[in-house]
Design a protein around this ligand. Sequence first.
Ligand code: SF4
Length: 317
Amino acid sequence: MKLIAPDYYREFRCIAGDCKHSCCIGWEIDVDTESLARYDAVTGPLGERLQKGIDRTAEPPHFILGEHERCPFLNKEGLCDLIIGLGEDCLCQICSDHPRYRSFFEGRTEIGLGLCCEAAAALILKRPSKTTLVTLEDDGEVETLPAADASLLDWRAVLTDIAQDRSRSVEERAEAILEEAQLPLPDRSFAEWADIYMELERLEESWTDRLTELQQADLTAVPFPEGEAWEIAFEQLLVYFLYRHLPGALEDGDYEGRAAFAVLSYRMIHALCHTHAVLHGAVSIDDLLDVTRQYSAEIEYSDENVEALLDALFEEE
Ligand code: SF4
């Protein structure tokens, strides 16, 4: 089995107490069976907190979130009391895994870092070099992928090459990806796309505010912010969405839609940044990181929302 990852993967570090949008707030955190057994063996004050802090009647058991949906073990300094009391190895599977995601092929697993984590978003979008894939683990077996898997990976490599063609503007590359997929985006304004995003499940109020601003700004064309940092960040966005979402086509057969979803996601994030600049006077790369983090949490971490947008790519305007 081979374990494949983008080349920045090993550089990721959680920023813990410095994180402004901690994954320990607002998400239900399930506790796996092995961790639950370990927690049940803890004694003393921390053991008592663990007894009270986990809903064991739920399936699967999970931490009982406190005020403002905080994990009961996230302390005021933004640090985890379980790590402080028991060490890093005590974390349940979800906590130790976040923000990683995986795509599975026969004999090959791909791993990556999700943009819903602000530290991962900064690492990925500020990376000046072109992203490549590296092998993290290899058992020495020759990779014998089924034909469908191999052709998906080949096609993704073609799309990724287009996304990384720095002789063209990022918008030209996005258009070329749609041409390669033979699926132009429906002729909708960004306000109309915002209407569609408004119909999806939403988590944060500030996400609703951003979409409302986009509806009201009624942009038709979005000028590209100038500067290499923006070009690089948008390139990395395209590459990320292709790497993460194209493998899903092996399940639903929607190859073209998933390529177009990558372009739609880049354009929506771009438009949200532009709206921010118009309404608030300026936009910075840090704003882009925040919009991206939120887009990721709101959209790509919900299978239902991704499915609804894939459907919307084929609907009549
Ligand atoms: S969102 Fe990322 S940086 Fe923030 S606490 Fe979670 S893993 Fe760490």
